[in-house]
Design a protein around this ligand. Structure first.
Ligand code: FAD
Length: 454
């Protein structure tokens, strides 16, 4: 990959000669935003000005709050509770046109983007297409281990988990595959921890009493992590607290355990083989595959190595933001793939675009280039829940765990969730689950996972 060296961290410049004409109401600047996730949406919000004609393209009609996907997968929330139609979010912003379409190619030299249905030009292009589940070069594992990146993924996992309990009840005391009531989560980061904790709660606290022929609490939940501890972004003490808490909830935590292979209902480890009907992959992501067609430097995960102002090297009017970006900021911090970073980048890009014009208006005709500010990441801290009433959080040198961290987690996630209706519904669902030990989204819907031969 092209590393961002100190030398390259010098403020980038934008030659006047290539600046689009100053925007006017009669001839607004065309801004094309690819992806309506945290980054793309923030660019739109920040350029709420009729002198910018924004077109936002997404292949889904909704913005998805991915941090709560695990609750959809484990029947705590309905899919619609964490998604909001982009058209509705932006209904008041008259300078944005939303198009439901699939971006297929960006020809940066021609200044064109080709989608499934049309070809579009732009004055500024913002690529904010996010990440996809990454299987460390073993794409064949995707057939057997479901990632957690979309509503479809979450609904598929929910169907698999609830369907397994139904099948076990149908079989009752008849001999059946021990894998039926086993669940494996691969990856001990926040998503894996939250998923494993929630599966353990579902089987131990929510489902018992609803079944007559089986005891759901006997279901096995494994959490497998290749490294020496869970939640490597947190302090060792919080990692250890998380491990103990999960084990008390009935999760079998396997550390220092790299996965060798994933096959149908089977996970092969170095010293043994585990079998499970439900296998969830929470071990990693890689950039949207479209980056491989851009002819710009990328890192090993396919993320675009952007210039400090977030533009693409050699293309001053093309930016990338969010999970699709690989960047070390001026303080030397590797910017993580989290929602606050994506939003901050969106805000930065909008600021750069506005400034391009302010400076150009002041200095049009002068030969000097316009300097641009570099993006600096503001770290708001890390959080992860470990189930009912427990979480870990760290921010600005302070660490929290247990109930207080859990309350912090609830508040932060409610605040970041897009849409007032969704906030009210999610708060209501959480209160309902907390006081009744029930989960409100236990209906089995969504596409069935393509059957893998057992
Ligand atoms: C399970 C999970 C849990 C997470 N938990 C947290 C958390 O607790 N805290 C936190 O800060 N972050 C969390 N994250 C990370 C956070 O969600 C991402 O960092 C954030 O969503 C990145 O924003 P983005 O705008 O770059 O991409 P995204 O939000 O992924 O948006 C990308 C958009 O591009 C669209 N798109 C993709 N390809 C195409 C195409 N070819 N054509 C058209 N549209 C396309 C997608 O439909 C999507 O709407 C979590 C992520 C996951 C998956």
């Amino acid at each position: 990959m092209t590393e961002n060296t100190d030398e390259k961290l010098a403020a980038p410049t934008y030659p006047f000669a290539t600046l689009p004409p100053e925007p006017t109401l009669a001839k607004p600047v065309r801004v094309l935003v690819l992806g309506g996730g945290f980054a793309g949406l923030e660019v739109c919000h920040q350029l709420d000005d009729p002198r910018y004609a924004i077109t936002l393209i997404d292949r889904q009609n909704h913005h998805l709050f991915q941090p709560l996907l695990y609750q959809v997968a484990t029947a705590g929330l309905a899919g619609t509770d964490i998604a909001q139609p982009l058209r509705s979010i932006l209904s008041e912003q008259k300078n944005v046109t939303v198009l439901l379409d699939d971006v297929q190619q960006c020809d940066l030299d021609a200044g064109q983007v080709r989608t499934k249905h049309q070809t579009l030009g732009y004055d500024y292009l913002i690529i904010a297409l996010g990440a996809v589940t990454g299987y460390f070069g073993h794409d064949e594992w995707a057939r057997h281990a479901t990632g957690l990146k979309s509503l479809n993924d979450a609904l598929m996992i929910r169907r698999q988990v609830l369907g397994s309990f139904e099948e076990a009840e149908r079989l009752g005391s008849e001999p059946h595959d021990e894998a039926l009531l086993s669940m494996i989560v691969i990856g001990g980061g926040p998503t894996g921890v939250e998923m494993a904790g929630s599966l353990a709660e579902l089987s131990r606290q929510v489902l018992p009493g609803n079944f007559r022929r089986i005891n759901p609490a006997e279901a096995k939940v494994y959490l497998i992590e290749a490294g020496p501890r869970l939640l490597p972004a947190f302090s060792p003490e919080l990692s250890e607290y998380t491990r103990q808490r999960l084990e008390n909830m009935g999760v079998t935590v396997l550390l220092n355990t790299p996965v060798q292979a994933v096959e149908a209902h089977t996970v092969k480890l170095t010293d043994r083989t585990l079998r499970a009907r439900t296998i969830v992959w929470a071990a990693g992501v890689r950039a949207n595959p479209l980056t491989s067609t851009l002819k710009v430097p990328t890192d090993r995960a396919g993320r675009i190595a952007v210039a400090p102002d977030l533009s693409l090297p050699g293309y001053a009017n093309v930016f990338a933001a969010g999970d699709i970006v690989s960047l070390k900021d001026p303080k030397g911090v590797v910017v993580p793939g989290v929602a606050p970073a994506a939003m901050q980048m969106g805000r930065h890009i909008a600021g750069v675009i506005k400034k391009d014009f302010t400076l150009a208006v002041k200095a049009r005709g002068l030969p000097a280039p316009v300097p641009r500010a570099a993006y600096t990441y503001f770290d708001k801290g890390n959080m992860a829940t470990i189930g009912r009433s427990a979480a870990v959080a760290s921010a600005h040198g302070l660490s929290f765990r247990g109930f207080i961290a859990w309350l912090m987690w609830l508040v932060v996630h409610l605040l970041f969730l897009v849409g007032f209706r969704n906030r009210v519904i999610v708060l209501w669902q959480w209160m309902y689950s907390y006081f009744t030990y029930r989960r409100g989204a236990r209906v089995i819907i969504g596409a069935e996972r393509p059957q893998t031969e057992a």
